[in-house]
Design a protein around this ligand. Structure first.
Ligand SMILES: *Cc1c(COP(=O)(O)O)cnc(C)c1O
Length: 452
């Protein structure tokens, strides 16, 4: 048996049950293992910091979400949002579960193709498609979601010189009661832009209009906003059928469902107050089922949910570099993971749990990363027990966006491992090393030598 660390006794006011100004204390147990694998072993083998992805959590979250929708609505298709996490191993778990691919750039499109996704099961969103991107997407019969009229005219132009009939949808932006309105993407519903674009497409025999799309925001906390969006897209859907006798195939409501992370400034933890997937599914399905569709003519509901499916499956293990007190006496801890690899710490108060046994005393602590920058704050205040240099921490729910938006700065980006359902660990992305940079950089001959 290992001896428990001695700690001097302290007298502390009991604040049981009440959140203090830093939120509720929820860390009563250390997180020594992730999916049955010891945190210490992971660090020994793969270093610190280290991103860890749980395959089991991805599959469970996906299946639960899918069930929430398919029990309420008969025709549902998920498409994995590549930009949320496009590590190939992660994408392939989603593809194995039946998700198509949703991409927003030529690079992501190439990734989806190279992962083996058929062109016709790639949804191509985004406002930055190049002619080359469009050509390739048309050639592969992908679903192109048009953002603006210039893009529409480019597609018509390409179609005129090819024997393909591009399959298109438009992205619609609209007022769903959430402000500021995301109106920079797609065509507006209320002012008639969307209807105008749809008429332009329907009057061009070279294009096949197959669906309608929207993506109303990200980290949305209002299921009702989706009900409004579903109703507005359904209205357009029926207007097209009425005017052109043409039935579209799908209504795509995008993603943006909140995960269970806690937004900065929120008084209560996200796990307690953010809506469940069932709430979003109920709002959307009701809006569609209550609409004037015939039972056998319901459109397929496409969902591009990203963060809500992957956040909880991602962990970042980090180690304590040092502790000190600020000029005001506040406890500060410096860890080896900075905001450059934890982009989401700008928005969320990520849950941080020590990976080794700790005693009852805890104190509001500022958690800094290792970067030489003032903004490098992982948590402004986390209620943490005393930590020693070298102790490990597990930062939770970091699966979304961090492994795509991470930025190489001062330090090397870390390894990423996946723990499979049998608790076997797989390295799925190598961290950077000096070679990573040497391979990319070129030094002109005249700069190769110097004397100091
Ligand atoms: C980013 C994005 C998504 C995924 O959004 P999440 O907030 O991660 O669910 C889906 N569709 C489109 C068009 C996007 O740009």
């Amino acid at each position: 048996m290992t001896k428990i660390r001695y700690e001097r006794p302290v007298i502390q006011k009991i604040e049981a049950g009440m959140p203090n100004k830093f939120g509720t204390k929820s860390e009563y147990h250390p997180m020594t293992h992730i999916d049955g694998v010891a945190v210490n072993d992971l660090v020994k083998e793969y270093g610190s910091p280290l991103f860890v992805i749980s395959e089991k959590t991805i599959r469970n979250t996906y299946r639960r979400t899918k069930k929430a929708f398919t029990t309420r609505y008969p025709k549902v298709q998920f498409a994995w949002s590549y930009k949320t996490n496009y590590l190939d191993a992660v994408c392939k778990v989603f593809h194995q579960e039946g998700s198509w691919a949703e991409v927003v750039s030529g690079f992501e499109y190439e990734k989806a193709l190279s992962n083996g996704v058929e062109g016709s099961k790639i949804i191509f969103n985004g406002s930055g498609k190049t002619e080359e991107d469009l050509n390739r997407a048309i050639e592969n019969e992908s679903l192109i979601h048009i953002d603006n009229l210039d893009e529409l005219y480019s597609i018509i132009d390409i179609a005129e010189n090819s024997n393909r009939k591009p399959k298109v949808a438009i992205r619609v932006n609209m007022d769903t009661g959430i402000y500021p309105l995301w109106d920079r993407f797609g065509f507006n519903y209320e002012n008639g832009q969307a209807w105008d674009a749809l008429n332009k497409i329907m009057n061009n025999s070279r294009l096949e209009l197959v669906g309608l799309h929207c993506h109303i925001g990200t980290f949305m906390l209002s299921p009702n906003a989706y009900a409004i969006a579903a109703h507005k897209l359904a209205t357009l859907f029926n207007e097209i059928e009425h005017k052109y006798k043409h039935r579209l195939k799908y209504i795509d409501l995008g993603g943006g469902f909140s995960s269970k992370n806690t937004l900065k400034g929120s008084y209560l933890p996200g796990s307690d107050i953010n809506p469940d997937m069932e709430d979003f599914a109920e709002a959307i399905s009701s809006a569609l089922l209550n609409f004037d569709f015939k039972t056998n003519e319901l459109p397929t509901l496409v969902l591009e949910t990203g963060r809500a499916l992957i956040d909880d499956a991602g962990y970042l293990i980090s180690s304590v570099i040092s502790n000190k007190r600020s000029s005001t006496g506040k406890r500060t801890t410096i860890i080896d993971a900075g905001v450059n690899i934890m982009f989401t710490s700008f928005w969320y108060d990520h849950k941080i749990t020590p990976a080794q046994a700790f005693t009852h005393y805890s104190e509001p602590t500022v958690v800094f990363g290792p970067l030489c920058m003032n903004i490098d704050v992982i948590r402004e205040s986390a209620d943490l027990p005393l930590l020693n240099k070298g102790d490990k921490l597990v930062i939770q729910s970091v699966g979304a966006y961090n492994m795509t938006q991470w930025m190489q700065f001062i330090t090397y980006r870390p390894n990423v491992v996946l723990i499979d359902e049998n608790s076997t660990v797989h390295l799925i992305r190598h961290g950077d090393n000096l070679e990573t940079f040497k391979n990319k950089e070129v030094v002109p001959e005249h700069l190769s030598n110097f004397e100091l």
